[in-house]
Design a protein around this ligand. Structure first.
Ligand SMILES: Nc1ncnc2c1ncn2[C@@H]1O[C@H](COP(=O)(O)OP(=O)(O)O)[C@@H](O)[C@H]1O
Ligand SMILES: CC(=O)N[C@@H](CCC(=O)OP(=O)(O)O)C(=O)O
Length: 260
């Protein structure tokens, strides 16, 4: 029997921090038909709240060095402030959202990122997605809303990049569903020239991706985002899209579709 479709949608810090963009996104998300899961970041808000508490933020290779104080901040910001506000807004749009960390229902188990040259502190690499437990919620018509927190099943929380959470959830839930994965951010898609929002790359296969990567077309957060996208495609996720908040509902808009 053909698998049912499931949409997994990730929004990042730039959308979360812009009230109008967030509301536009949530409107689109509320209208998205079928089963769905939302994953949110919030790195910008964590950096802001940490600085208010006198805690300096340090990112290496797109990942936050997470000491014990920073772990407290990200738990409050991602698991509390950002997650609960999004859940409340979705409830206001009649989406029966339930906010989760990876510790809830043992949804996402991780292990501390091994120390090689760099010790990232309490940063977790995903080891297991509990697709059966998550599916109990989805099958009961709830819409899970995940923040960027995982756990080791021994009582320790970890900080995990939200793009990675989205791709790992997409891979895990591909056991049960035909998963479409959407990355929504403030630009119209993956761009040939980052300052030109009209230069959207409509379709990108893995060969083109390698060529453009070596030409230096992708920078900063786009590099780990694309790595997560191709990792998902290589591991059973049916389709991956990158675009602005309307990518999930308005297929006439410009956006990027990724292929193997
Ligand atoms: N070729 C590119 N096309 C689009 N964005 C790019 C590109 N290269 C670098 N970027 C940057 O990547 C950023 C998106 O990555 P990131 O900040 O991690 O996203 P998110 O908001 O989802 O957390 C964009 O804001 C943009 O500045
Ligand atoms: C380990 C690690 O770096 N975690 C990220 C999680 C949040 C995130 O990914 O937020 P955006 O999607 O808004 O960037 C961080 O703390 O910044």
């Amino acid at each position: 029997m053909a698998k049912e479709k499931l949409s997994i949608v990730k929004i990042g810090g730039n959308v979360i921090e812009n009230k109008e963009a967030l509301e536009t996104f949530l409107e689109h998300f509320s209208k998205l038909k079928g089963k769905k899961v939302l994953v949110h970041g919030g790195g910008k808000r964590a950096t802001y709240m940490a600085s208010k508490l006198g805690i300096e933020s340090k990112m290496i290779n797109g990942r936050r060095i997470t000491d014990a104080d920073t772990l407290e901040v990200i738990t409050m910001v991602y698991g509390g402030l950002v997650n609960k506000n999004i859940v409340a807004k979705l409830q206001g749009l009649d989406v029966d959202a339930i906010g989760l960390t990876g510790a809830d229902v043992n949804a996402i188990k991780s292990e501390k990122r091994p120390v090689k040259d760099i010790d990232y502190g309490f940063v977790g690499d995903v080891k297991k997605v509990n697709h059966k437990a998550i599916n109990k919620l989805i099958s009961a018509e709830f819409t899970p809303v995940f923040c960027a927190i995982t756990h080791d099943k021994k009582g320790q929380l970890f900080n995990t990049n939200a793009d990675t959470i989205a791709s790992e959830l997409a891979i895990g839930l591909s056991n049960l569903y035909k998963v479409e994965l959407f990355y929504c951010f403030e630009k119209n898609g993956v761009l040939m020239s980052v300052d030109d929002d009209d230069s959207v790359i409509d379709y990108m296969d893995s060969g083109t991706y390698e060529v453009l990567k070596h030409e230096g077309v992708f920078h900063d957060g786009m590099l780990p985002k694309l790595e997560n996208c191709y990792y998902a495609i290589e591991n059973g996720v049916s389709r991956v899209f990158i675009g602005n908040p309307s990518v999930i509902s308005n297929k006439d808009q410009k956006f990027t579709t990724l292929y193997l």
